[in-house]
Design a protein around this ligand. Structure first.
Ligand code: FES
Length: 159
């Protein structure tokens, strides 16, 4: 009876039983053959929103401590896999925070009014278009999202 139970234990359950954290599990899976962790060839390195499959659609309270920086021109913040910035124009820009070169973190640079990945130097304009492709000419643009401001609530969403 006990032997049969052990034979049907799932891979994740087994690894958890060894005391591996979620982060360690993710690293383990990424070293394996699962394609969800590898670099994709399309414009969206995270097409299913962090594995949830849900479309991006959230609202930020710009009075909250986490997002009050977005009231300032040049401020930016992250929510899930999205980078939200208030560009020099005062308009909000939202796009994927995941660099299309090797999936590292992209940041907003107010001095240049663009987006920059410090890992290898990729640069993207305010539309997400790659302008300095560390990955070469075929590097994809960043996926962009729509924004809508209502009072101090900023909605970020996709169609
Ligand atoms: S991962 Fe962003 S430039 Fe290489």
């Amino acid at each position: 009876m006990e032997t049969q139970k052990n034979e049907t234990i799932k891979r994740g359950e087994f690894l958890r039983s060894l005391g591996m954290s979620s982060a360690a599990l993710m690293a383990f899976y990424c070293m394996g053959t699962l394609t969800s962790c590898s670099k994709g060839g399309d414009d969206d390195p995270d097409p299913n929103n962090g594995g949830t499959g849900a479309k991006v659609d959230f609202t930020l309270d710009l009075n909250s401590n986490d997002f009050k920086i977005l009231k300032e021109t040049g401020g930016f913040a992250y929510k899930d896999n999205v980078l939200i910035a208030r560009a020099k124009s005062g308009n909000y820009v939202a796009l994927s925070k995941i660099c299309t070169h090797e999936n590292n973190l992209v940041a907003y640079r107010s001095i240049n009014d663009d987006f920059y990945c410090a890992t290898h130097g990729s640069v993207f304009d305010l539309t997400g278009k790659v302008t300095v492709p560390a990955g070469g000419a075929g590097q994809a643009n960043l996926k962009t999202y729509k924004t809508a401001l209502s009072g101090t609530n900023l909605r970020v969403f996709e169609d």
